[in-house]
Design a protein around this ligand. Structure first.
Ligand code: SAM
Length: 254
């Protein structure tokens, strides 16, 4: 049985596949955060659990001072290659390596579900300045759009489900912390152009695929390749992206 820590650590061995295969985030999500004041000129913005910097590279570096935190060395190495204009620090959400009141905005992409939420949110509150806010975002494969997407998703699900948070999990964790207003959220449908190799890298970058033994992993990748044969190489992969914005309302518990 592979436990949660082993799954989280598997990103370290699949960092290259992660960088090749994982999608970006839709511009509309960044615009929506911006409308909520996340990226005011002069703001300090932290990307927490930044991985290879898939979100960090989309943040407005001209207007804001950016920083990233990522616990895994191989992910940080990919980050440094892909996003050399942003400093990436070794650290975790439960022990953010910055002093109190360091940031106006903290964003977390595809990573909040890995955190020990009570400890991580206490840390986010500590590093946020009064008036700051927390943005959360997850891409999900939109299997409603085509049968081949359903088949690829079914292949991933046949192995294991990664522990992604639903709306309730996010809202109750924030409410339990007590320092955030009820979050606003939006859902964005979009597609990203990719190739068969890109989809295979995406599958390989999943924590639970990365933890399989090599033979099992090859069998999964072969089945996904077969599924994609009729689709060809000009793939528009459909995503449904859920985005949250939770402004800080109280400093009482700090
Ligand atoms: C699915 S990846 C997302 C990476 C990146 N944010 C993105 O959007 O592509 C999850 C990331 O969370 C990181 N992570 C897992 N547990 C963490 C923790 N407790 N604190 C900070 N980061 C963590 C992993 O190392 C991994 O890089």
């Amino acid at each position: 049985m592979v436990d949660r820590d082993q799954l989280a650590a598997s990103f370290d061995t699949t960092a290259k596949a992660y960088e090749i295969g994982r999608p970006a985030y839709p511009e509309a999500a960044l615009d929506w955060w911006d409308e909520h004041g996340a990226f005011e000129p002069g703001h300090a913005v932290l990307d927490l659990g930044a991985g290879t910097g898939k979100l960090t590279r989309l943040l407005p570096s001209h207007a804001c001072t950016l920083a990233a935190v990522e616990p895994l060395a191989n992910m940080r190495a990919e980050f440094e290659r892909a996003v050399p204009w942003v400093p990436v620090h070794d650290g975790t959400a439960e022990a953010i390596p910055f002093p109190d009141d360091s940031f106006d905005t903290v964003v977390v992409a595809q990573a909040f579900h890995w955190f020990d939420k009570p400890r991580a949110l206490a840390e986010v509150v500590r590093v946020l300045r009064p008036g700051g806010g927390l943005g959360l975002i997850w891409n999900e494969d939109d299997e409603s759009k085509a049968e081949w997407v359903t088949a690829v998703v079914a292949e991933k699900r046949s192995l294991a489900a990664s522990p992604v948070d639903d709306d309730d999990a996010v809202r109750s964790a924030l409410a339990e912390n007590g320092n955030f207003a009820p979050p606003e959220s939006i859902e964005i449908e979009w597609t990203e152009s990719t190739t068969v190799e890109g989809v295979l890298a995406n599958v390989l970058s999943r924590s639970y695929v990365g933890s399989l033994d090599p033979e099992e992993r090859l069998a999964v990748l072969t089945r996904v390749r077969e599924t994609l044969e009729p689709v060809g190489d000009g793939i528009e992969f459909p995503y449904s992206t859920i985005v949250f914005w939770a402004p800080l309302v109280s400093a009482a518990a700090r």
